[in-house]
Write a new protein. Structure first.
Length: 552
């Protein structure tokens, strides 16, 4: 029974699923615990191409994924904080970083699996602090990665004696193109080239996958991995799509060329590494290192070429036409009506997020057309908010005992707060940017870095607020309220740092002092508008005391 082909394949599939999930668990832990630091690190890494690439590699090692780095990068590029050439350098570095991750995860660190699992669970269960709990999540994820690799080895052992399995693998070794395409499809489907390559290396180590086939599948995983970001950014700005598509051409196209060379040269014999698994992983590392070294000096001309191929339509403006989610035909069905209202609120939140991204760019390069567009967007949001409140007031239940007033009141409050947040962007941020431009002022280097870091922290909370609005997750709501206090403390700290520069007599700090302080306070107000999304949800679940979170 234990040797049943169905049972063997089921065990292998389960072990592979655990591997994929474990890699994502580690990535999620890093994003939640250190996402803010990683974002600041990325934004300040563009002084040189080498520094940008090194930062991308480091971020990918921490997050276990070059795709996760690409998604962080997309936000900065869209906001104008990172240019196309620097973005491509970061992406190429992230590809190398993901290859280093595979080497680390395949190392003898796996001997620490029991200790990592024990310590991780203890930290996660016993810690009240959010960051500490995420560190526990990371350790648990690492332990599960090593455990899943052991499970794959054990589950695949019977297949080494299966004639059918051996025939299939011999076919893949003889048909490198099929192996390449299967691997590319698998890496794209699981959204993780790291997990895919670890799986292929483990099968090669077991003797189940011939080395020629393993090499072809490792190269195929590079193509599949580069496709992930392309599909995730199909609707992004042109510069973002230029970066990810250039990376696809370089990494995916390079993998095709490497596959052709693989057929011409005796690569398995000359590849360093004492075991089949190590040879396959070394090929992955050497390939991405060579790609970085060859492409890094040409990031600027490559991006100029990409601009000729991928560009926003001339004179294109953001779409302003809004199709309301409010369905007046279901106002007598509260559950459906409130769902419509919630979708409309999510749309309002998404619009404000875009406004926030665009507004900060005005402090570097003021554009009156952008300022006017933001004011027009504010008027649209005000209209949407009014329509939503009127809609909520009209929701009635045929069951006279059903209370619809509380939910309607809560959602109306969210609408008012979001409208106030949009108002802060237009009346405060845009006006401050106009004043700075009119008076030809410049922030000090330290002051501008602090402001952009603070803006990024608020932007993350705006995104978290929208996520809470969509999911209704109580844990995320608690984190959102906790971040409100963190933002308040951070704003006070940045005000003190600014006053310290004033005492030092720095000219830029003196000239821009009022604008600097007002911008900090405006961003704090906007953060509060989105943090208020969490309060009705927490109150409903008994997570609030009279003046603070329960359990604090």
């Amino acid at each position: 029974m234990d040797g049943s082909p169905v049972l063997v394949l089921l065990n292998m599939a389960a072990a592979a699923a655990l591997l994929i999930w474990s890699v994502r668990l580690v990535r999620t832990g890093f994003e939640r615990a250190f996402g803010g630091q990683l974002r600041r690190w990325l934004r300040h890494s563009t002084a040189t191409r080498v520094r940008a690439a090194a930062t991308g590699a480091g971020a990918a090692i921490l997050m276990q994924s070059s795709t996760a780095v690409a998604m962080l990068l997309a936000g900065f590029v869209s906001a104008g904080a990172i240019g196309g050439a620097a973005g491509l350098a970061i992406f190429l570095g992230a590809d190398l970083g993901s290859a280093v991750v595979v080497q680390i995860l395949n190392s003898r660190v796996a001997l620490l699996t029991p200790l990592l699992l024990l310590v991780g669970v203890m930290i996660f269960l016993r810690s009240a602090r959010r960051t500490a709990r995420q560190v526990g999540r990371i350790l648990i994820g690492l332990a599960l990665i090593f455990l899943s690799l052991d499970l794959i080895r054990d589950a695949s052992a019977p297949l080494s004696e299966s004639g059918a399995a051996q025939a299939a693998m011999v076919y893949l070794a003889a048909d490198a193109i099929s192996a390449f395409l299967i691997a590319a499809l698998f890496a794209w489907l699981v959204h993780s080239s790291v997990a895919a390559i670890l799986l292929f290396a483990t099968l090669a180590q077991q003797g189940l996958l011939p080395l020629d086939a393993a090499f072809a599948m490792v190269l195929g995983a590079n193509l599949g991995g580069s496709l992930i970001a392309v599909f995730l950014t199909l609707k992004a700005q042109a510069t973002v799509r230029q970066i990810v598509c250039t990376n696809l051409v370089l990494r995916g196209g390079g993998a095709v060329l490497a596959l052709i060379l693989l057929a011409q040269l005796a690569v398995p014999e000359i590849m360093p590494g004492g075991t089949p698994a190590q040879k396959a992983l070394n090929l992955h590392l050497i390939y991405n290192l060579a790609l970085l070294v060859l492409a890094l000096p040409f990031t600027r001309p490559l991006m100029k070429l990409a601009q000729l191929v991928i560009a926003d339509p001339a004179g294109a403006a953001p779409e302003t036409l809004h199709r309301s989610a409010l369905d007046h035909m279901v106002q007598n069905q509260p559950r459906r009506a409130f769902a419509c209202a919630q979708r409309e609120l999510v749309e309002v939140g998404n619009r404000i997020e875009v406004m926030l991204r665009e507004a900060i760019v005005l402090f570097e390069t003021y554009d009156d057309a952008v300022a006017q567009r933001l004011k027009g967007e504010m008027r649209e949001i005000a209209r949407m908010s009014l329509d939503l409140r009127v809609y909520l007031a009209g929701i009635r239940s045929e069951d006279k005992s059903e209370d619809t007033g509380t939910r309607a009141f809560d959602l109306s409050g969210v609408a008012v707060n979001l409208e106030a947040g949009a108002d802060v962007i237009v009346r405060k941020m845009v006006e401050l940017a106009r004043r700075k431009h009119a008076e030809q002022l410049s922030f000090s280097d330290d002051g501008w870095r602090e402001l952009t870091d603070f803006h990024d922290a608020v932007l993350r909370n705006v995104q978290s607020g929208i996520a809470v609005l969509m999911s209704g997750d109580v844990g995320s709501a608690r984190e959102l309220v906790e971040q409100k206090e963190h933002i308040r403390e951070l704003e006070q700290s940045l005000e003190r740092a600014h006053l310290k520069r004033l005492r030092q007599g720095l000219t830029e700090s003196i000239e821009t002092s009022a604008i600097h302080l007002e911008l900090l306070r405006a961003l704090k107000m906007l953060n509060t508008s989105f943090a208020m999304i969490a309060y009705p949800l927490l109150e409903e679940h008994g997570e609030l005391l009279e003046s603070r979170l329960a359990g604090q």
